[in-house]
Design a protein around this ligand. Structure first.
Ligand code: ADP
Length: 398
């Protein structure tokens, strides 16, 4: 391999925090990044070469991005697989992961069908397109259950728990209201319902696919509250057999995925020490942010390496590492002003990651804190990361 300057350019659909951290990771490799995002001055823009302003699914925007790039990828599932496929073909630029993989993943029901067929263990589920249909499915699956919009959900938006038969009508109406393109008259394809998994803990694995190598990062324990990821810790505090099972399931998932790059694979550990797949993100994932400091290669660097056809880096963990997300804690949308960050900056082995979002609102992902512990266990790094994060608040300027 020869290094040239400027090196290859990676076009990324989406310029949120994932695009920003991809840009930070690409620079030392000599890979330039151009992102497309509808918000001018998006979080990625200060750290990348350039931004094309336009919607994630606008064919013209994706084509402009392709014309400026040697490789195309995406950091958001709202990217349009058809636009990516066409722009890639017309501009002669490879797209990774494959648009077909994005197509499958965008629909949670199709995703589960494909993975189930391939032998990946998934919770029991049904497609439902009416309240009556949902009621019949629940006679089978039992209560409680989780009703999910098939497309467009994130951070739990698009999920509605159904506790009892009395909840069925309201839950279905809420999902149809949230599903893109679905209307009460035509809810077809809007929803799926899944057995409620009484999980012991949630786990995640970042899987990576290179030109001819495949690897997985060490298993991460993820802690959600109200369906939003709050904290991660690796190693996960579970049995060796469960870790091995999680890794094996992740490898089976990678068999189904087409195209290079990293995949965030979210899993449930069941009370009988089995592992079920929750869902996949065909991109770097919040559960892998700890790899920036915690592993020899970060998930972002690995994604850039994978997509551009460079050799994959080592996924070995360097230290037990925890992260805590900095979420918006203000009711009204307002300029973002974080307070209390000095304590994080003054702590050895603590790292602040600020995503550069101009406005904050309740539960918006604004940044994260990472804590590594060369001589500490996972429980201790997690509680220290949690303490540091609890000193951070957003306050309106008077
Ligand atoms: P999103 O795509 O919005 O992130 P997920 O489907 O991954 O939504 O669900 C978010 C969280 O909701 C999961 O991490 C888990 O905590 C909870 N959850 C989702 N599905 C189930 C289920 N079948 N049983 C129990 N909890 C679930």
């Amino acid at each position: 391999m020869t290094l040239t300057s400027p090196g290859p350019t990676l076009g990324v659909v989406g310029g949120g925090q994932l695009g920003r951290m991809m840009g930070e990771a690409a620079a030392p490799l000599g890979v330039e990044v151009v992102v497309s995002d509808p918000t001018p001055d998006c979080p990625a823009s200060p750290v990348v070469r350039d931004q094309v302003v336009g919607d994630f699914d606008d064919p013209g925007t994706v084509r402009t991005l392709a014309d400026r790039a040697d490789y195309l990828t995406f950091e958001i599932e709202l990217a349009d697989p058809d636009a990516l496929e066409r722009a890639g073909e017309e501009a002669g630029v490879p797209v990774h992961p494959a648009p077909e993989t994005l197509r499958i993943i965008q629909d949670k029901y199709v995703q589960k069908e494909r993975l189930g067929e391939a032998g990946v263990p998934v919770p029991d589920y049904r497609a439902v397109d009416s309240a009556a249909n949902l009621r019949r499915a629940l006679d089978d699956l039992g209560y409680p259950a989780m009703l999910k919009a098939r497309e467009g959900g994130y951070d739990g938006r698009g999920n509605v728990p159904v506790e009892s038969p009395g909840d069925v009508e309201d839950a279905f109406a809420a999902i149809v209201g949230a599903a893109p393109g679905a209307t009460p008259d035509d809810p077809a394809g809007a929803a799926m319902v899944e057995e409620f998994v009484d999980f012991e803990r949630e786990l995640a694995v970042i899987g990576c696919q290179g030109t001819d190598a495949r690897d997985t990062f060490p298993v991460t324990e993820t802690i959600h509250e109200a369906e939003i990821l709050r904290e991660t810790v690796s190693p996960a505090r579970t049995d060796e057999a469960v870790l091995e099972r999680a890794e094996a399931v992740a490898r089976d998932v990678l068999d189904v995925m087409e195209g290079r790059g990293v995949y965030g694979i979210e899993l449930f550990e069941t009370p009988d020490c089995d592992v079920l797949l929750n869902e996949i993100a065909p991109r770097p994932h919040n559960s892998g942010h700890w790899t920036i400091e915690g592993c020899h290669t970060s998930q972002f660097e690995q994604h850039v390496r994978g997509v551009t056809g460079l050799p994959l880096g080592s996924t070995e963990r360097r230290f037990p590492t925890a992260t805590a997300n900095i979420l918006g804690d203000v009711a009204d949308r307002q300029p973002a002003r974080l307070h209390g960050e000095r304590a994080v900056l003054e702590t050895a082995a603590a790292h602040l990651h600020w995503y550069g979002k101009r406005e904050v609102y309740d539960l918006r992902k604004m940044g994260h804190v990472t804590l590594t512990g060369a001589d500490a266990g996972p429980g201790s790094v997690l509680s220290r990361a949690r303490d540091l994060k609890s000193g951070l608040t957003f306050r309106a300027e008077r």
